[in-house]
Design a protein around this ligand. Structure first.
Ligand code: ADP
Ligand code: MG
Length: 332
């Protein structure tokens, strides 16, 4: 390694003081401290390993106003969300941290490590290693999870006629960004709820596992419903039609932002709900869940045959205009 923070002993001290404590014993034969970790995967020998990585860069995936506790929670939650979308159980993760020298202090690192510990504890996954370097602030996490063989839900299993669902209200992520960016708020709104949706999105771990028995395809909504549903379309070779009036949006977001919020729910990112498809004969099961406490779980459309050309998303029967698809996070 060429660069450390600021010299090798301090890097070791950081790892020792802030990260070593996050290794739980479950399945960890050898944790942080050696050249590599050793995992005991013999406890569930028939399971498949599921691996996902996500990197968060300052000013792209979180604003520079974010505190270290929030950054850590968001980094771990978005990685857990990928594991949830596969219907997998999270087990272990590694952390690659690039840290500016000015942040290599007790208060920043303590906040970061406690944010990480809280989420790791809740979802029963442990930190098993990583890398610490000096540089622009960026956090890369690789999450390892497991599933019974062949039971993971991919993006590629949707069929013509399957119904499309989302696990909860959309548009919160984009609304939270608007609050973070200091845009005017006219009505009373629970900005605390929105900020927590942004910094600590709820990974749908248990719900994802429940979907293994019913969903033909699944994805977590990080880039926006239309963009992510399009991934299902392309991988599955079928198109999708969304009834926009069925897309769930929280009342406070709707009354605050009016017309904007529908656009946010369709094209805004950072919601981390699951979008999944269900064959018609299994929809009764899913519909019974929404009566059963999952109130924002909603059927929003149906997969359709792709006649010619590329599989794509239609909104109320109309093809989506290309320039509407992207979503600009923090400008730049
Ligand atoms: P090496 O130079 O052999 O790669 P390092 O000095 O980078 O070793 O790391 C020493 C130990 O600390 C390794 O076990 C590594 O996995 C762990 N480690 C380094 N950085 C982190 C981090 N940010 N989080 C958790 N573990 C880390
Ligand atoms: Mg290293």
């Amino acid at each position: 390694m060429l660069q450390t923070i600021p010299k090798k002993e301090d890097e070791f001290e950081i790892i020792e003081s802030y990260f070593k404590g996050l290794t739980a014993q479950d399945g960890v034969f050898l944790g942080i401290g050696d050249d590599a970790a050793i995992l005991d995967i013999s406890a569930t020998p028939k399971h498949q390993l599921v691996v996902a990585t996500d990197t968060l860069v300052e000013n792209i995936h979180f604003p520079s106003s974010a505190v270290s506790y929030q950054i850590a929670q968001r980094a771990l939650c978005v990685n857990l969300s990928d594991i949830a979308a596969m219907g997998a159980i999270p087990r272990w993760f590694t952390l690659s941290l690039s840290l500016p020298r000015k942040l290599a202090n007790n208060s920043w690192l303590k906040g970061f490590s406690s944010g990480l510990a809280e989420v790791a504890d809740e979802f029963k996954c442990s930190l098993i290693g990583g890398d610490t370097t000096s540089g622009a602030l960026s956090i890369s996490i690789t999450m390892l999870g497991e599933v019974p063989p062949g039971s993971a839900i991919t993006r590629g299993g949707a069929n013509d006629g399957d119904f499309i669902y989302v696990s909860g209200a959309l548009g919160d992520g984009a609304a939270a960004l608007s609050v973070i960016q200091g845009n005017e708020i006219k009505h009373k709104i629970d900005s605390e709820r929105l900020l927590s949706r942004f910094y600590r999105p709820e990974p749908k771990i248990e719900f994802g596992q429940k979907l293994r028995d019913v969903a033909s395809a699944c994805i977590d909504i990080s880039d926006g419903l239309v963009a992510d549903l399009e991934h299902i379309c392309r991988s599955s070779g079928v198109s999708a039609n969304v009834n926009t009036s069925d897309v769930p949006i929280k009342d406070d977001v709707r009354s605050q932002w009016g017309g904007n919020c529908v656009k946010w729910a369709l094209f805004g990112g950072d919601d981390y709900h699951l979008c999944f498809t269900v064959p018609e004969h299994l929809t009764e099961i899913v519909d019974s869940w929404s009566a059963d406490g999952l109130s924002d779980l909603k059927k929003i459309g149906r997969m359709t045959r792709c006649n010619d050309g590329v599989p794509q998303v239609f909104l109320d029967g109309a093809a989506v205009v290309q320039q509407n698809k992207g979503f600009d996070h923090f400008g730049g």
